[in-house]
Design a protein around this ligand. Sequence first.
Ligand code: NAP
Length: 247
Amino acid sequence: MKTILITGGSRGIGRETALLCAKRGWSVGINYVGNQKAAEETAEMVRAAGGRAITVKGDVAAEADVFAMFERTEREFGWISGVVINAGIVAPGLPLAEMSLERLRRVFEVNVLGAYLCAGESARRLARDRGGKGGSVVLLSSAAARLGAPFEYVDYAGSKGAPDTLTIGLAKELAPQGVRVNAVRPGLIETDIHASGGQPDRAQRIGATTPMGRPGHASEVAEAIIWLLSDAASYTTGALLDVAGGR
Ligand code: NAP
């Protein structure tokens, strides 16, 4: 039985990951930032599927919130052996020349600072030389990190380049401490994130032009995350795994 903390675990890829954890009988801390209803729904779905779940409200860009979400999950279910650093945002699609400082700040705060804060807390809790028992950390990057997302999300694309680099460095820091660190880079996946960027049909529309001719389902990304969390991936660390239908 493992305990897994999933940031942004309430919807989309995070929810599907929580459900696959449940099928393995794992316990899940489901973090969210605002949509309590979706978080409670996910927790109910996890319990119905045979897992244990709590919901933890908190902003990944706030250090005290990050500490509290780890603390609460460990208090409830015991030591955390897996962390999915999944919470992420986009802002409405624009060319860089039209992006405001406020927008840039928030995208980088959540996607970059949030990822670094959560990865730092994971290191403090999981690393054997700090009293931890080892484990696995999976970061959600994006195919945008290598494609650049021109005219819509170059800020977001850059904010996903940082977690790729973090994965490579932290994997080397933590390998001797029994902690594997990997990233999954999804392509166009059907979730609410596209509507939040003002393009609800984006995954369908652009997905149709990709080699597989369709967008991905969040569960197809969750399968890759679960593999990286599991002992089946015992020799995989520092990997950037594209789950992007060949895009
Ligand atoms: P989503 O459906 O929009 O869900 C986002 C989740 O993150 C929600 O649970 C949301 O909580 C939470 N969240 C947002 N800001 C947060 C914050 N500051 N602190 C804590 N939680 C926060 O997103 P998704 O499509 O599943 O994306 C998940 C990850 O995959 C993201 O990192 C995204 O960049 C990456 N990704 C997605 C795609 C895609 O096509 N969908 C492609 C490449 C990469 P609330 O419900 O409370 O708002």
